[in-house]
Ligand binder design. Sequence first.
Ligand code: RAT
Ligand code: ZN
Length: 437
Amino acid sequence: MILPAQPMDRAKIARHVEDALAQQPVTDLHTHCYTPAFGATRYPGAERGGLLLWGIDELVTYHYLVAEVFRIVPDGRDGMSYQKFWRMSRTEQADHIWKHLFVERTPISEACRGVLTTLTRLGLDPNESTLEPYRRWFAQQNIDQYIDKVMELANVDSITMTNPVFDDEERAMWLKDAAIGDDPRFEAVLRIDPLLRNWKEAAGKLAQWGYDVTNEFTQRTIDQTRKFLFDWIDRQKAIYIAMSLPPSFTYPDPHQVDANQFIEKVLMPVCRERNLPWAMMIGSRLGVNPQLGDAGDMVGRASIEAVTNLCCAFPENRFLVTMLSRENQHELCVAARKFGNLMVFGCWWFLNNPVIIEEMTRMRLELLGTSFIPQHSDARILDQLIYKWDHTRRILTRVLTDKYTDLSEAGFRLTPEHIRKDVALLLRENFRNFLAP
Ligand code: RAT
Ligand code: ZN
């Protein structure tokens, strides 16, 4: 008779998991951070000098925190109003948020806690009553070296940008000098939401930019829209194409022939020709409260059929998918069991909270083994890479320790090498392999 393996002790498993997670660099597949060539926030003063946002005033005015401060000091109370807030300078907005969310209240929300973790990991005391000491510290940093420091603290080996070609400011920068994206620490992603959210308007823009495109899907329009995508994939050296889509997104859509045509005749062939995945981020209802700006978007439950129909109809294409509603997570996992061309990724936006990350990660491990990408940071402000990955690594430690303990108790001869291999898949290799199968 073969004797069952001696189970590895839980405390020992926890140590191996923690070490493996600390040592494994992350390839962060979705952020809103930019190379310094796009221009950066300037200190002192926290003036926006471009698209790379960093430093204390940006951290504190993150749109997740703007939403939270308007719960404490709502529009119309204590002389505050949406208009007044948006007229304030960035430093005034930051002071207002610091006072109400960090000094007068306990900063217990995940977005508040994130600022604290970031400051602490940078070696600063997060208990100051004003932002001035932090401002002085940030004013001494050189942005180029600071990127290295942040990447080292977060243990991130590559930052994937989001590059919305329909954003006028950003488009102009790429057109002026495509080398703007060339920085070995960053990779680009072609982001094209308007082509599905509003084809007619997007087609009008393409025509303005010199492509011979009309509203109708003639062969000429198809060819020229493809050319537009090829031009921008090449200019940006994009590693995938991304879109954020509303909860109502469906495929095929009986009411939106344009959207079906765009997917079938333009997007899928372009992705196939360039061997690029299409990242669908599904479930964002934009501008539910437009007065809140970026903070005014909402979540909505979406249809999983859109995903399964696409994976089935285009077996030669690859789909990176994240969904915003908690209610969609189980069916998205089940869909991934059916389609090898579907890669589930991240805990997006309102899901990026410990309680939900933990639940989603456990469910994904139980349904998909290690064949998914547990997280992306969605960092809009460079420094957030530190806390987003710190918090995620803590949760992964708990979840993986539990899972390996179960395995060990089931008789599996677990070694530190198994743990290292799995962690590498989850934090880096699954994404890299999906890009280049
Ligand atoms: O998480 C966010 O900051 C959102 O505002 C969005 O940027 C979202 O992640 C997106 O990429 O559309
Ligand atoms: Zn994002």
